[in-house]
Design a protein around this ligand. Structure first.
Ligand SMILES: [Fe+2]
Ligand SMILES: [Fe+2]
Length: 299
């Protein structure tokens, strides 16, 4: 995809509906939308933009189901029209996502820019503002919407155990170390983590910096590591960490899918893999598994 210049969207009170769960969702969406523009031309564009678009699509579906529940319970008269707009926006994002996956050259910068504008300016700033007065006055509607968790929304091959496992994780107290040499990839991972409620995220730009963080007295509950990194790669990082007695679960993010290589990595102490381009849902599933297993072992 060609380079495009899209101004970064700064979060402002203008974008706020005043309904905190909705504003939180919108912030995540704005972050992801900003990342779509920022990663174009990155040398790992395919993996990163693929990850951003996957997450944007999943998060869009989730947010829309929450917002529609809110409007339904509050008895908002514009629900049907609003739902139709959501159908159009989610099919646009799904279309961009699948075309980028299958044929990246077919996705044009202009198209993405137009889409981002429609999403933000037209939808969040105008259409979403129309329901805020009615919905903000219905605390039960907010409670019902809040009960919908990311990963809950119906998708193909939905597996509810994903949500159940992930729901047992206390994301807000989790301390996560992200070892990744690509700044844009660090950003997408941070956005996904923050959307789940994680507050403590430490980023390390290299294997050596990751070891430094682990030895620096910081106690982590989860480590995410890239595989392919300059100088010390992910595998060497894991070996060195395990040799130093680090028992924290480690998820390796990789484009490799070779079984032999994966076996080697498991033997080195990797707990699970996340294939690039990643998806937010895939992350939730893998991290939920690894963290519940760690708790079971410790208990
Ligand atoms: Fe919205
Ligand atoms: Fe909406």
């Amino acid at each position: 995809m060609g380079s495009i210049a899209v101004e970064e969207i700064k979060w402002s009170s203008q974008l706020e509906t005043g309904i905190s769960i909705i504003d939180r969702d919108h912030k995540v969406l704005v972050d992801l939308l900003n990342q779509v523009a920022a990663v174009i031309g990155d040398n790992e564009e395919r993996a990163i933009l693929g990850s951003v678009l996957n997450s944007l699509s999943e998060y869009t579906h989730y947010h829309f189901s929450r917002e529609e529940k809110l409007q339904e319970v509050a008895g908002y008269p514009g629900l049907e029209a609003h739902r139709r707009r959501h159908v159009v926006l989610s099919s646009q994002v799904d279309d961009i996502r699948s075309r980028y996956r299958d044929e990246p050259e077919s996705v044009q910068g202009d198209e993405v820019r137009a889409f981002l504008r429609t999403w933000l300016v037209e939808h969040i700033l105008k259409e979403d503002m129309n329901y805020r007065a009615i919905c903000a006055a219905h605390p039960q509607a907010v409670v019902a919407a809040e009960a919908i968790r990311f990963g809950d929304e119906p998708v193909e091959g939905n597996n509810n155990s994903v949500v159940r496992k992930a729901a047992t994780v206390n994301w807000s107290t989790l301390k996560v170390l992200v070892v990744e040499d690509n700044r844009n990839f660090q950003l997408i991972i941070s956005t996904i983590l923050r959307s789940l409620g994680v507050r403590s995220i430490t980023a390390a730009d290299s294997g050596a910096a990751g070891l430094g963080s682990l030895h620096g007295g910081g106690k982590f509950d989860l480590v995410l590591s890239d595989w392919r990194m300059e100088e010390m790669d992910g595998l060497e990082f894991v070996r060195a960490a395990r040799a130093a007695g680090v028992t924290t679960p480690i998820i390796m993010m990789t484009g490799y899918s070779d079984d032999v290589v994966r076996e080697q990595a498991r033997a080195a102490g990797v707990n699970a893999f996340l294939e690039k381009p990643i998806t937010a849902r895939g992350f939730l599933e893998t991290a939920g598994d690894v963290l519940t297993a760690a708790v079971a072992e410790a208990g």
